[in-house]
Unconditional design. Structure first.
Ligand code: FPP
Length: 255
């Protein structure tokens, strides 16, 4: 009987996702368990954002997409909404130069129209400054919802039909997909949600169609490098079939 050669490469390095998308949940509970106000949980969450960015850069992951503020987060108490927006603005201002030095390309997705001019300018400037960077692409979803993304794409296609530059018959999954927020990037390979809930919460609904889902009970501020490595190892162990059989996948892998 022949023995399998010993695996020397850690699975996380053997098969790495190109694109990781994260829902950073559990900041409030992290604070509550320490008898701290919720804002402290969000501030601690920013440290975990930094760690995730470094982890992706160091491993050569191409895209990291973070759900910073969903279109449903407006339903939170006004004080918490203001704090989240302030924290977001403060973090971008504080981190943008270092992100740029590290060749990170920053991009925002979501409906920006709801934010004031100052915040819209901040986002546009951060994107312009880092546009030519060839390292990690960091996508930050703000006032983003998966349904909004699809509706927005449908509206763009309808406008092109109305302008006479697109035939209704030529609209298919490709044309719709090409009108979505992340059309120019690889689709997420790995989705991570911290905080114990097992749902997608109107995140990248279209783009997650074939994404491997990974849920952890860890609260976002506790999500450290070891936890990230564990998620990557879980990803590396999975067989992605995209509708094919397991045998077909094995055959094409050996070919
Ligand atoms: C969910 O925890 C977290 C959020 C709604 C906000 C996350 C935002 C940050 C960590 C700041 C990001 C900043 C940048 C620049 C990317 P929760 O409040 O729902 O926690 P809970 O479920 O325990 O209440």
């Amino acid at each position: 009987m022949t023995r399998e050669p010993a695996q020397t490469t850690p699975p996380s390095l053997a098969r790495l996702p190109r694109h990781v998308a994260i829902i950073m949940d559990g900041n409030g509970r992290w604070a509550r368990t320490r008898n701290l106000p919720r804002p402290m949980g969000h501030r601690e969450g920013v440290k975990a954002v930094r760690r995730a960015v470094v982890a992706c850069r160091e491993r050569g992951i191409e895209v990291l997409t973070l759900f910073a503020f969903s279109s449903e987060n407006w339903r939170r108490p006004k004080t918490e909404v203001s704090l989240l927006i302030e924290l977001f603005v403060h973090t971008i201002r504080k981190e943008i130069d270092e992100l740029h030095r590290n060749r990170v390309k920053v991009r925002f997705i979501g409906d920006r129209g709801a934010f004031d001019a100052k915040m819209q300018t901040l986002m546009a400037e951060a994107e312009q400054l880092t546009a030519q960077n060839a390292g990690l692409t960091l996508v930050i979803a703000v006032n983003y919802g998966g349904r909004w993304d699809i509706a927005h794409a449908a509206r763009a296609l309808a406008a092109r039909v109305q302008a006479g530059v697109l035939d209704v018959e030529s609209i298919d999954c490709d044309t719709l997909g090409q009108s979505l927020s992340l059309a120019d990037l690889p689709e997420p390979d790995l989705f991570i949600r911290t905080g114990g809930e097992q749902r997608i919460s109107n995140y990248l609904l279209w783009q997650l169609a074939y994404t491997e889902l990974y849920f952890t009970d860890l609260l976002w501020p506790d999500f450290d490098d070891a936890a990230f490595a564990e998620a990557l190892e879980s990803f590396a162990r999975r067989q992605r079939r995209f509708g094919r059989t397991g045998d077909q996948v094995e055959q094409s892998r050996r070919a």
